[in-house]
Design a binder for this molecule. Structure first.
Ligand code: PLP
Length: 453
């Protein structure tokens, strides 16, 4: 499946064949996870599982055809750094599950957030980001992109208008996580997306912690970023990432605000990416990210890992259901435990945070991250972690297995006590990523480890 064919499939699939009939896009995530995208079976062998196209390069047609491929005037795979059929099947399926129009798979979640920004911002430009983001993304924005001349203005997400106040003529994007930890307060997606649309600034949402259960495009986000390493892969085997284009942002009408897509690119016959995309019926944001950033930076996902992530996607809706149900049971157990001071879980939030949880989560879901504070503080946190038998002690989230970490002695140990508190990490705070084991076994393990703490 080529880029052009992918675009044709997505466009065609959105058109009802019979007036009033459900469109392909109206299918449910459970179905799209198995059938989304144009791959049905391998045309050569009939294989139903997406094959791993473990090849660096693809045979070119005659010289004239090759010219067209290289000029992006015809669609087709050339070299796996830029596209590959296994990657393509993953991208199409993810885009459909997410409700977007196109996706680009990348080597990691970090590559995805870097590409999401670098596709729009250059030296001298700035972005506005929520403060509550993953530490690796923070370092990327505050240090590495700063070194490239791209400034990040960090603002408090509880005040959506702070995004407007931080915006100037050189602001190219807003960035946030839908469900940032440790505070687990849902980001005001619709409010900030609407502010961005006033200025022509797209909201990019990292939805790693809440696939399927928070739907950023339904609330006006323009681009979704994933660390597919987490729930999408789901088994802790493969590092990967993706950016998804919602197809809902007017890039072509924003010449001055979005120069990367609207100014002629000398490395592609002096055409703009809006023109290049129009000519082949594709989507400019993803086309440029692939044709420019993958070409130049090369953070390609391997076909093997793209295959693993497809396996993950196929059971994502099923796993997410169990993750969510288990997390609610665990949070309710902790809430009434006498040695537990406080439980951080969206279901228990009130005020503005509670309202946002009610607005943005699909009914009955709150994600599978649960934070809690032990009354005994830092030492109790350490003893609790050492007492766990079933939960793994590691710095990851979204695995099928349950995971625990004590941030003040691990991920946040380099921060001063005051800075730890500012990020929401108290000395006794423990973060759990609840897996899909039987909930009674999880609760039994937590109970015995808390007793030992
Ligand atoms: N975004 C979030 C919310 C994350 O938690 C992580 C990793 O922990 C990343 C992005 C980076 O993803 P990766 O580890 O796949 O590069």
């Amino acid at each position: 499946m080529t880029i052009q064919q992918s675009a044709d499939t997505i466009v065609k699939s959105a058109e009802p064949k019979v007036p009033g009939a459900p469109t392909f896009k109206s299918r449910h995530p459970e179905t799209l996870a198995l059938h989304g995208g144009s791959f049905r079976f391998d045309p050569t062998t009939g294989a139903v599982a997406v094959p791993i196209y473990q090849t660096t390069s693809f045979q070119l047609p005659g010289t004239e055809g090759a010219d067209k491929l290289f000029a992006l005037e015809a669609a087709g795979h050339l070299y796996t750094r830029v596209s590959n059929p296994t990657q393509d099947a993953f991208e199409q399926r993810l885009a459909e599950i997410e409700g977007g129009v196109a996706a680009l798979a990348l080597a990691s979640g970090q590559a995805a957030s870097a590409f999401a920004i670098l596709n729009l911002a250059r030296a001298g430009d700035n972005i506005v980001s929520a403060v509550g983001i993953y530490g690796g993304t923070w370092a990327l924005f505050a240090a590495t992109l700063k070194g490239f001349g791209i400034e990040t203005r960090f603002v408090d997400a509880t005040d959506p208008e702070a995004f407007a106040r931080a915006t100037d003529d050189r602001t190219r994007a807003y960035y946030a996580e839908s469900l940032p930890n440790p505070k687990l307060e849902v980001f005001p997606i619709a409010e900030v997306a609407a502010i961005g649309r006033r200025f022509g600034v797209p909201l990019i949402v990292d939805n790693t912690a809440a696939p399927l259960i928070i739907r950023p495009f339904e609330h006006g986000a323009a681009v979704v970023v994933y660390s597919a390493t987490k729930y999408i892969g789901g088994h802790g085997t493969s590092i990967g990432g993706a950016i998804v284009d919602g197809g809902n942002f007017p890039w072509a009408d924003l010449g001055e605000r979005q120069p990367n897509l609207n100014e002629p690119d000398s490395s592609y016959q002096g055409k703009t990416w809006i023109e290049k995309a129009e000519a082949i019926g594709f989507f400019p944001y993803i086309l440029r990210a692939r044709a420019v950033l993958l070409r130049d930076i090369g953070a390609a996902i391997s076909p093997q890992n793209a295959f693993q992530l497809i396996q993950g996607l196929e059971t994502l809706p099923l796993r997410l259901r169990q993750h969510n149900e288990n997390a609610i049971k665990v949070a309710e157990f902790l809430k009434i435990h006498p040695k537990v001071e406080n439980v951080i879980f969206p279901k228990f939030q009130s005020g503005a945070a509670g309202d946002r949880a009610a607005t943005y989560f699909k009914p009955g879901t709150y994600g599978a991250l649960v934070g809690f504070e032990l009354k005994g503080g830092r030492e109790a946190g350490r003893r609790f972690i050492d007492g766990l038998e079933l939960f793994y002690h590691l710095a990851n989230i979204g695995d099928a297995r349950s995971l625990a970490i004590h941030p003040s002695t691990t991920t946040h140990s380099q921060l001063s006590p005051d800075d730890q508190l500012a990020t929401g990490v108290t000395p006794g705070y423990v973060r759990l990523s609840i897996g899909i084991e039987h909930p009674d076994d999880l609760i039994a393990d937590l109970a015995q480890a808390i007793d030992a703490a």
